[in-house]
Design a protein around this ligand. Structure first.
Ligand code: DX5
Ligand code: ZN
Length: 210
C-alpha cells in the first residue's frame, strides 16, 4: 500500500493571516499544501491566483499541490508553475486539449494531474492516464469548502486503483476522520482536507486522518 499523505486545503485557512497559517500547518505535520484556484466560470466561486501562491512560497517547504478549477487552464499553467507549484492538477472537463495541457504542465518541470468531477466517469481518463503522475477524484462538486462527501467517489477510486497500482490517487471534498477511512480503503493515498483540518488543533486533526 502506498504511503498516506495529508494535503490541507488553504481555502479553509484564515486569509487575514496566511503567512502564519502556512507555517503552522507545516509545523503540525502537513507535507503537502493544497491550493485551490477558482475562476468564477468553471466553478461558481472565485478564490485566489498565482500571486498568492508566489507570496507564500518562501515561508514553507511543503509540496505545493495546485488544484486549478479554471476554464481553459492552459492560459495560466506557466504563471502557476513559476509561482512555485510542485504539482498542477487541471480538470478534464475544463479543456478541449487535455493532452496538450498535460504536456505543458510537464514542460515546466511540474508533476501533472487530472481531476474528474462527480459527474465524470473514470473511463474519460483512459487515453491520458499513462501520462499522469496523479489522478484527483472529486468527492464534492468543486467550488466550495465544507460540502457533504459524495460516496460514489469511492467506487471511482477503487476502479482506478485496480488498474493502476502505482499512480497517486488524491481525493478532495468532505474529508474528515470518518470519510478518510473509506477513502484510504478504496485506494486513495493523498487526502485533501480543508474545513476539517482548519477547525480545531491542526496537529490532532492531521494525525486523525493518517
Ligand atoms: C472544493 C476544493 C476543495 C476544498 C475542500 O472545490 O477543491 O479543495 O477546499 O474543502 P473541504 O475539505 O472542506 O470539503
Ligand atoms: Zn481542491
Amino acid at each position: 500500500m502506498k504511503k498516506i499523505s495529508i494535503a490541507p486545503s488553504l481555502l479553509a485557512a484564515d486569509f487575514s493571516d496566511l503567512k502564519n497559517e502556512v507555517k503552522n500547518i507545516e509545523l503540525a505535520g502537513a507535507t503537502h499544501l493544497h491550493l485551490d484556484i477558482m475562476d468564477g466560470d468553471f466553478v461558481p466561486n472565485i478564490s485566489f491566483g498565482p500571486m498568492v501562491i508566489k507570496a507564500i512560497r518562501p515561508y514553507t517547504n511543503m509540496i505545493f499541490d495546485v488544484h486549478v478549477m479554471v476554464s481553459n487552464p492552459e492560459r495560466y499553467i506557466e504563471d502557476i508553475a513559476k509561482a512555485g507549484a510542485d504539482s498542477i492538477t487541471i480538470h478534464i472537463e475544463a479543456t478541449k486539449h487535455i493532452d496538450r495541457a498535460v504536456n505543458l504542465i510537464k514542460s515546466f518541470g511540474c508533476k501533472a494531474a487530472v481531476a474528474i468531477n462527480p459527474g465524470t466517469a473514470v473511463s474519460s481518463l483512459d487515453a491520458i492516464i499513462d501520462s499522469l503522475d496523479m489522478v484527483l477524484v472529486m468527492s464534492v462538486n468543486p467550488g466550495f469548502g465544507g460540502q457533504k462527501f459524495i460516496p460514489k467517489a469511492l467506487d471511482k477510486i477503487k476502479e482506478i486503483r485496480e488498474k493502476y497500482k502505482d499512480i497517486d490517487i488524491e481525493i478532495d471534498g468532505g474529508i474528515n476522520n470518518e470519510t478518510a477511512i473509506l477513502a484510504k480503503s478504496a485506494g486513495a493515498n493523498i487526502l485533501v482536507a480543508g474545513s476539517y483540518v482548519f477547525s480545531g488543533n491542526y496537529k490532532e486533526k492531521i494525525e486523525s486522518l493518517k
